[in-house]
Ligand binder design. Structure first.
Ligand SMILES: Cc1ncc(C[n+]2csc(CCOP(=O)(O)OP(=O)(O)O)c2C)c(N)n1
Length: 359
């Protein structure tokens, strides 16, 4: 039997806005000025929220926090492409996507303070609570997308995860089952170049992460994740396909400009030069240059917006602090089980009695 090529593949990459903000007019999506401004506004809100959250953590007011700084276009522009009745399935760095979805800064901060109340609006916003086990949420999004396929709904689910997650069994299984079941699922991989201290090059020998779709028989595309227009367009098209039962993997090339979490120091494993290089490709600066070029943004509007965001942030911090002050620490025993197992009851009783070790 002769040797023949039985399968070949290629991976496309999409960029619409160059780092200097100039646009490829042939590819430019026709978005209203209002939508464009909303995307910019939410990116700015997300960045300030990150800055404030890290400062609050340093003061001991927040638990561990994972900033999405640098990934605002990948998150906001993709979430902006969703329809209201689509579902969002986030990991732990998706504050920007959740803000786009309608979550309040106050709830996000409350959640980061360890308060369950912070996740309460999730169901209304059609967003699952953040998944901490890396990659697990990709399967949840397939479950939702499969249900949508069975029901014949014209909706989709989007799973957010990182480059590191693409090495997990859960993500491989999710990609494969989405293809096999025709799930209405879009996989939005934010390749931010690091999984804690593991650089992308050590993660896999695959040339792109988008090509991981190929073995699952589904479409994969790479997109400049710091280009809000390209992310929007790639996600919009992916969602269109997913609603028809053709799942898509989108690899958004971006950079985690800040720390992995507030317990990490990136200087231990990466060079300043690399960070400076990516600073030049900042997604907000690039989008701002484009909007200024189109006359949608002026100095005045940018200043007004900055003041609005500060006011929103102040209210959010005050609200989250108030919720935290009223919270009963014993609530931590309440949410994991429908019926509290005896060993947890013993711990709760010991906690109430002042014996924090619980045994
Ligand atoms: C199953 C599992 N293993 C390990 C961890 C510890 N952990 C937390 S984040 C992380 C790296 C995730 O990297 P990536 O998927 O690239 O996402 P990013 O943090 O860059 O957003 C690891 C290993 C975890 N949360 N879950």
């Amino acid at each position: 039997m002769p040797r023949t090529t039985v399968a070949e593949f290629s991976v496309e990459s999409l960029e619409i806005l160059a780092p200097d903000g100039s646009v490829d007019e042939e590819l430019e999506p026709s978005l209203s000025e209002e939508t464009l401004f909303d995307i910019y506004r939410t990116m700015r809100r997300a960045r300030r929220l990150d800055e404030r959250a890290v400062a609050l953590q340093r003061r001991g007011e927040l638990g561990t926090y994972a900033p999405g700084t640098g990934q605002e276009a990948a998150q906001v522009a993709s979430a902006a492409a969703l329809a209201e009745d689509d579902w969002v399935v986030p990991a732990f760095r998706e504050q920007a996507a959740l803000l786009t979805r309608g979550a309040s800064m106050e709830n996000i901060l409350a959640y980061a303070m360890g308060l369950e109340e912070g996740a309460e609006s999730s169901a209304e916003d059609r967003a699952l609570p953040p998944a901490i086990p890396v990659g697990s949420q990709a399967l949840h999004a397939v479950g939702i997308g499969w249900a949508q396929a069975i029901r014949g709904d014209d909706t989709a689910a989007i799973a957010y995860f990182g480059d590191g997650a693409t090495s997990t069994g859960d993500v491989y299984e999710a990609l494969n089952s989405a293809g096999a079941y025709g799930a209405h699922t879009v996989f939005l991989c934010q390749n931010n170049q690091y999984a804690i201290s593991t650089p992308r090059e050590n993660q896999t020998r695959a040339e792109t992460l988008a090509q991981k779709a190929v073995a699952a028989g589904i479409d994969g595309i790479q997109v400049d994740g710091n280009d809000a227009l390209a992310v929007y367009e790639a996600t919009r098209l992916a969602l269109e396909r997913a609603r028809e039962g053709d799942p898509v993997l989108v690899e958004a090339l971006t950079y985690r400009r800040s720390m992995h979490t507030t317990s990490d120091d990136p200087r231990k494993y990466r060079e300043e030069e690399e960070e400076v290089d990516w600073d030049r490709k900042d997604p907000i600066a690039r989008f701002e240059a484009y909007l200024r070029g189109r006359g949608i943004l002026t100095d005045e509007r940018v200043e007004e917006l900055a003041a609005e965001i500060e006011a929103e942030l102040e209210d959010a911090v005050a609200g989250a602090r108030e919720t935290a002050a009223e919270a009963d620490p014993a609530d931590m025993f309440e949410h994991a089980y429908a019926e509290t197992p005896p060993w947890l009851e013993r711990q709760a009783a010991a906690f109430e009695g002042g014996d924090a070790d619980g045994e």
